[in-house]
Design a binder for this molecule. Structure first.
Ligand code: SF4
Length: 470
C-alpha cells in the first residue's frame, strides 16, 4: 500500500545510542532503517561530554547528511529522528531533535507521538510567559522540563511526564545523560538493544539488525530510563497500566522484519490474512497483495485458502515523490506511476486483492480499476484490518472523520464506490487474535480506537488531530 496516495502516514521514528565511539554513524544507519516512518526531515544530535553537536534538515536522510556532516558529529552518545511533517509544520524549525541551550546545561529532545492535552499545555505555558518557537508537541515537553527549576534532570523529566497525556516515545540527550521514556499506555513502539557495551534504543527493531545490535527488550509503558557514566537505571513514572500498542503498527506502519512486543510483524500480517480467509472466504483463481505492506497478509490468505498467491500488482520503484497533482486526471496518472497490474497474471482470472486498510477509498478504487483494465474478470477486495471510522489522536494521520470512507458509508456502499465485486474487512476480534496470540505472555492489548472509537486515554474537547500534509 502506498502511504502518500492513500493518506495514511506515520509521524516519526526515534533512535538513540549511548557508549559507542561512532555514535553518530550508528545513528545515521539506524535512521536509514526507520526512514519509512518519516521522510520530511531528519536530524542527529551527539554529545562529546561537554557540548551537544547537531545537524538536521528538511528531506530524506541522504539529502540531509553527507559523510562529512556525520563525521563532524563527535561523541559517544547520540539521538536521532526522522519526521513526517504536519500541515504548516514542515519547516526547518520543527525538524527534530529540538535543541535547547542554557547557561547551566543543554538538552536535545526527539519524540514520536501526539499529546492529547498539548493545546491546554501550550495555552498554560504561554500565559506563564513561555515563548514557543515551533508548532510541535516536542517543544511543550521541553518547556515543561525546563520549568521544573534547579532539580536533577531525572526529577524534572518525571515532573513534566506527570503533566502530559497521550502517546509519546521520546529520547532526551544532555551533555552527560540519555533519557528514554514511553507513555503510560505504551501506544507507540520503542525497544532497547545492545551493541557491544553500548545501549541502543529504536522505534523498530529493524534498526538494530541494520547496525548489528541485539534486541534486549521493549521499553515498558510508563518507564523512564536513565543512561549515563554510572550505568543504566530505570523507574516507573506511573503505575503500570495494560499496554495498548497501536495495532496499525502491525497492520501497516512497521517494517515486516521488525518485532513489536516480541511478535514479528510479517508473521502477524500473515496471521491477519489467514484470519481474513476464515472470516470472508471466496472462490477465486489468484490472490494478490497491494505492495508492499499487504503482501504478507495476501500470502496468509493464500495459504489458508489454497488459492495461489501471484504478483498481480507490481510497485514501480524509484518513482520518488510525485509532484503536487492539480487535477483528478493527473492524480490517476500518479497511481499508474507507482503501481502496475500484471496482465499476464490477472487476465481472465478471478482475483482476490488483499490490502491492509482503506482510508479514503480513492486508492482502492484506482487499484481495482487497474486490475480490471488488465483483464481481471472479478476483483474481490479483502482488507486485513477493520474499517477505519475514527481519527487517531496519537500521532498517526488517518485523516479526519469527514474524509474517512468507512465513517460515511456502509460496506455495500464502499464496495460500489471502489468498484469491487465483493468487499470484506477483518473483524476487530480477528485483528486482536492475530496480534495478541498469548495475552499473558505479551502482557498487553492493542489500541484499536480508529476502528472502534474506544480511545485508551482521555480525549479533550480541544484535543487536536494533527493536520498532515496530504
Ligand atoms: S487510534 Fe488507530 S492509528 Fe491511532 S494509535 Fe490507536 S490503533 Fe493506532
Amino acid at each position: 500500500m502506498l502511504a502518500e496516495i492513500k493518506g495514511l502516514n506515520e509521524e516519526c521514528g526515534v533512535f538513540a545510542i549511548w557508549g559507542h565511539e561512532k555514535a553518530a554513524e550508528m545513528t545515521y544507519y539506524g535512521l536509514h532503517a526507520l526512514q519509512h516512518r518519516g521522510q520530511e526531515g531528519a536530524g542527529i544530535v551527539t554529545t562529546d561530554g561537554e557540548k551537544l553537536n547537531v545537524h538536521k534538515g528538511v528531506g530524506l536522510i541522504n539529502d540531509v547528511f553527507s559523510e562529512g556532516e556525520v563525521s563532524r558529529l563527535q561523541g559517544h552518545a547520540a539521538i536521532g529522528h526522522v519526521r513526517y511533517a504536519t500541515q504548516g509544520g514542515g519547516g526547518f524549525e520543527n525538524v527534530q531533535p529540538l535543541v535547547f541551550r542554557s547557561q547551566t546545561n543543554s538538552m536535545a529532545l526527539a519524540h514520536n507521538g501526539n499529546l492529547v492535552n498539548a493545546h491546554a499545555l501550550k495555552n498554560q505555558l504561554e500565559a506563564q510567559g513561555s515563548i514557543l518557537q515551533t508548532t510541535s508537541d516536542t517543544e511543550v515537553i521541553a518547556h515543561l522540563v525546563k520549568r521544573s527549576g534547579n532539580v536533577p534532570m531525572e526529577e524534572a523529566i518525571s515532573s513534566a511526564l506527570g503533566m502530559i497525556k497521550g502517546a509519546y516515545a521520546f529520547s532526551i540527550l544532555t551533555e552527560d545523560q540519555l533519557f528514554i521514556g514511553l507513555d503510560p499506555r505504551g501506544l507507540r513502539p520503542l525497544s532497547i538493544g545492545r551493541l557491544g557495551d553500548a545501549y541502543v534504543v529504536a522505534s523498530e527493531t529493524c534498526a538494530f539488525d541494520l547496525i548489528g545490535a541485539t534486541y534486549e527488550r521493549e521499553v515498558k509503558p510508563g518507564e523512564l530510563i536513565v543512561i549515563d557514566d554510572d550505568g543504566f537505571r530505570t523507574k516507573q513514572f506511573t503505575s503500570p497500566m495494560q499496554r495498548t500498542l497501536c495495532s496499525m503498527e502491525y497492520v501497516y506502519f512497521s517494517r515486516p522484519d521488525s518485532d513489536l512486543n516480541e511478535k514479528n510483524v510479517h508473521a502477524s500480517r500473515k496471521t491477519m490474512g489467514k484470519q481474513l480467509a476464515k472470516e470472508a472466504p471466496i472462490e477465486a483463481d489468484v490472490v494478490t497483495g497491494v505492495p508492499d505492506s499487504s503482501i504478507s497478509a495476501a500470502i496468509g490468505f493464500s495459504e489458508a485458502t489454497g488459492i495461489p498467491y501471484e504478483l498481480g500488482l507490481i510497485k514501480n520503484r524509484y518513482v520518488g515523490r510525485t509532484f503536487i497533482q492539480p487535477s483528478q486526471e493527473l492524480r490517476e496518472q500518479g497511481v499508474k506511476m507507482k503501481l502496475s497490474s500484471v496482465r499476464g497474471i490477472v487476465e481472465g482470472k478471478r482475483v482476490v486483492m488483499v490490502d491492509d486498510s482503506i482510508v479514503r477509498g480513492t486508492t482502492s478504487r484506482r487499484i481495482v480499476r487497474l486490475l480490471k483494465e488488465a483483464g481481471a474478470t472479478e476483483v474481490h477486495v479483502r482488507i486485513a484490518s477493520p474499517p477505519i471510522q475514527n481519527p487517531c489522536y496519537y500521532g498517526i494521520d488517518t485523516s479526519t472523520k469527514g474524509e474517512l470512507i468507512a465513517a460515511n458509508n456502509t460496506i455495500e456502499e464502499m464496495r460500489e464506490i471502489i468498484g469491487a465485486d465483493s468487499l470484506f474487512f477483518l473483524s476487530t476480534e480477528g485483528l486482536e487474535v492475530s496480534i495478541v496470540e498469548d495475552r499473558d505472555r505479551m502482557q498487553h492489548g492493542v489500541c484499536q480506537a480508529c476502528f472502534t472509537g474506544n480511545y485508551p486515554t482521555e480525549i479533550y474537547p480541544d484535543t487536536v488531530i494533527p493536520a498532515y500534509k496530504d
